[in-house]
Design a protein around this ligand. Structure first.
Ligand SMILES: [Mn+2]
Length: 296
């Protein structure tokens, strides 16, 4: 066994707190490819990362690595596999390394089904430069520009979807928003003006009820490209890494967040692995939030 994630890794699923899953798939990325290499790159980089956060706290939650799942063309097999072998472990934290953002079509379906089985209301907090609410893009309903539209079609309520960091739109998406006025969109320009705290306050009020179970879908292109150059569709005027980290940590520590995917990290497009390191360091900071939550 390779020493990925060092002391954080366990080979005993029962004693694990976090289940990790890779989906090395980038066929539905529209511009730059390479996100299929992210799961292995992040695992490889973790050999060199001690299990401490940036305050020097020793990380305690344990990761069980399920390895990689293969994506099929319509994501129906992947969604089924995620539901049966990943989200079925209901009390664990679910961490996914993508892949382009189309893999959310599978994860958000599996997450939805698992929440319904447990009488919980599934919520998506989509942190992304793009709304990904196209009905179809480049003649495909499975494009990485479509997962939020697929989530709505599946049955997610508008109130239970929140988009953060958006700044790049397709014209069809503006029309779709008109039909979904209660779907909250916090644009990057507003988040940069107001800061993270008012947004956190608002989201804590919105999803405070225990019935909500939250999946965070984090597209690395939400970050400004100066922080995260290694991604297929870099979009200028983005968010600062520390703001996104504080947002994710603030949500995980105070709300019922049980799932997070990081998508669109594309190592072949990166510079000195800056973007992969950002993704990995964000995960390690998140683990400290889970330690706090689980009082470890
Ligand atoms: Mn996206």
């Amino acid at each position: 066994m390779k020493n990925e994630f060092r002391d954080l890794l366990t080979e005993n699923i029962t004693e694990s707190d976090i289940l990790l899953l890779g989906v090395p798939f980038d066929k539905n990325a529209s511009v730059g490819k390479g996100a299929s290499l992210a799961p292995q790159t992040l695992r490889d980089l973790s050999y060199d990362l001690p299990a401490l956060d940036m305050h020097g706290n020793l990380l305690k939650s344990k990761i069980y690595d399920l390895g990689d799942f293969e994506a099929d063309e319509t994501f129906s097999n992947l969604a089924k596999e995620m539901e049966e072998k990943f989200y079925s472990f209901h009390d664990k934290f679910h961490l996914i390394f993508g892949g382009d953002h189309s893999i959310a079509i599978a994860s958000e379906r599996a997450f939805y089904n698992e929440c319904l089985k447990n009488n919980e209301e599934p919520v998506i907090i989509h942190i992304d430069a793009h709304p990904d609410i196209c009905d179809s893009y480049h003649d495909s309903i499975y494009s990485h520009a479509c997962p939020i539209k697929r989530a709505i079609d599946l049955g997610y309520k508008d109130y239970n979807i929140t988009l953060i960091g958006v700044r790049g739109f397709e014209a069809q998406e503006i029309e779709t928003f008109k039909k979904h006025p209660t779907l909250d969109v916090f644009k990057a320009v507003d988040v940069n003006k107001l800061g993270i705290e008012p947004l956190l306050t608002l989201l804590r009020a919105k999803y405070r009820d225990k019935k909500y179970e939250i999946h965070i879908s984090y597209d690395i292109d939400a970050n400004d490209p100066s922080f995260a150059p290694g991604t297929g569709t870099p979009e200028a005027f983005g968010l600062a890494s520390i703001d996104i980290l504080n947002l994710i940590r603030g949500l995980v520590e105070t709300l019922n967040v049980t799932s997070l995917e990081i998508v669109e990290v594309a190592p072949p497009l990166d510079v000195n692995n800056i973007t992969s390191w950002l993704a990995l360091k964000t995960v390690y900071e998140l683990i400290h939030s889970l330690d706090i939550k689980n009082a470890k």
